[in-house]
Write a protein that binds this ligand. Structure first.
Ligand code: GUN
Ligand code: ZN
Length: 436
């Protein structure tokens, strides 16, 4: 018999397969009005219509009945900094000044393990109350920061990828490691946390300007020793940043070529922003099967520029959505998609509700190489999901009553939604957040 069966009833929406062009999305969409999800040991064991599935429910089991709500796969945030939660909305400045003035002093505090633990707990609660069940996360330079985060995520068996930042130049000395210590500390963290239950490790050089060539070579060595880890960094976010990289690495063809030279491109390498890419960089991202994290609220907030999602589709490069807290201004994926829509409006591209939904769920999972584990309700997938309340406010109720199609209702949820739209969050089949 199936152990500890859990039964969830409601309207379900997910995307059944990965796509290579937005036009394919509609045919990959699965909406089940009055559906049933059966979960055991944290995994989906059956999914389909209530009528077809109800006979499978043992009499002793209480059905979680969410009819009237919309149940979707948990949201996936492909780029976020947990040690910047306390500095969201820091006033003024673009990227490089913002780092010096606001970010580095904030991150300094994470040397203290007790502070890191407190903030890791706060951070995870923010993710859950926003329906985010998986994230790719930056720590600080301090191994204490990564340990605190992994410990907190481990307590709820969350699928999370994270890493300690590697940075050995061009920042205050109290925030620097060195090539050797960054190697040894990262290695110890990989040994402790990578593939520890659902946790995964990302080798995390902050960005090219804060790493010496020696440190990048150490990142390369880690990648070679642990080829199934992730790589997580920033790329082509801001024009001054790009000019600086060209000064620091004159022998490299372009910004991405710095990472590529050190073997840091490839499947499961995730590059945040990618706003101002040269043609060769687009091609290199494609040829190496690397991933882009599109962070609309951050790109607008820091005045960095507009990411060209349409071109990424054309070049067949995987894209996920990132909130990029604390340059980003919300933990909420609905709000982030709302801003993504506007970023694309400014470029004459219409981001559909379904495409947006795909990017935040199965597309995000695919962009992180996790689509065989998470991203939809296929049997065998990990049971991470969100119960959305489409009518959480009077305006949402009014607008909902005036929308006809599913596409319309979903789009309204993206445009008007926020953390009030998140009614329940489940991770590993367990209820981990309830709106009060
Ligand atoms: N580039 C290097 N570090 C950072 C950071 O912390 N935030 C953002 N948005 N860009 C970066
Ligand atoms: Zn970032």
């Amino acid at each position: 018999g199936v152990q500890n069966l859990k039964a969830v009833r409601g309207n379900f929406l997910d995307v059944t397969r990965t796509i290579s062009h937005p036009e394919e999305i509609e045919s990959a969409l699965r909406f089940i009005e009055d559906g049933l999800l059966l979960i055991s040991e944290g995994k989906v064991v059956w999914f389909g219509s209530w009528e077809e599935g109800k006979s499978r429910i043992p009499e002793t089991i209480r059905v979680r009945d969410y009819r009237g709500k919309l149940i979707v796969p948990g949201f996936i945030d492909t780029h976020i900094h947990y040690p910047q939660s306390e500095m969201v909305g820091a006033y003024g400045e673009q990227l490089l000044e913002w780092l010096n003035k606001h970010t580095f002093p904030t991150e300094r505090r994470y040397k203290d393990p007790e502070y890191a633990r407190e903030m890791a707990s706060f951070f995870l609660k923010q993710l859950l109350r926003n329906g985010t069940t998986t994230a790719l996360v930056f720590g600080t330079v301090h191994p204490e920061s990564a340990n605190a985060l992994f410990e907190a995520a481990s307590n709820i068996n969350m699928r999370m990828i994270a890493g300690k930042v590697m940075m050995d130049r061009n920042a205050p000395e109290w925030l620097l490691d060195d090539a050797e210590s960054s190697y040894l500390e990262s290695k110890a963290l990989i040994e402790r946390w990578h593939k520890n239950r659902r946790l995964l490790y990302a080798i995390t050089p902050r960005f090219a300007p804060t790493s010496t060539p020696e440190q990048l070579a150490m990142a390369q060595r880690l990648r070679q020793e642990y080829p199934d880890t992730w790589v997580h960094t920033h790329l082509c976010e801001n024009k001054d940043e790009i000019a600086w990289v060209k000064e620091l690495f004159p022998e490299r063809k372009n910004y991405l070529d710095v990472y590529h030279h050190y073997g840091l491109t490839g499947k499961n390498s995730v590059f945040a922003h990618c706003i101002h890419l040269e043609e060769e960089e687009w091609d290199c991202l494609h040829d190496t099967d690397s991933t882009i994290a599109f962070c609309p609220t951050s790109n607008l907030y820091l005045g960095s520029g507009l990411f060209n999602l349409q071109k990424a589709w054309r070049k067949k490069i995987k894209v996920g959505i990132g909130t990029d807290i604390g340059a980003g201004t919300t933990f909420n994926m609905l709000q982030t998609l709302n801003e993504a829509y506007k970023v694309m409006q400014l470029q004459g591209y219409r981001l559909s509700a379904y495409e947006a939904f795909y990017l935040a769920t199965l597309g995000g999972a695919h962009s992180l190489g996790l689509d065989s584990y998470i991203g939809n309700f296929d049997i065998g997938k990990e049971a991470d999901f969100v119960v959305l309340e489409p009518t959480a406010t009077p305006l949402q109720q009014l607008r909902y009553d005036n929308s006809v199609s599913l596409m319309d209702k979903l789009f309204v949820m993206i445009t008007l939604g926020d953390d009030r739209s998140i009614y329940r969050t489940y991770i590993d089949g367990q209820l981990v957040y309830e709106r009060t």
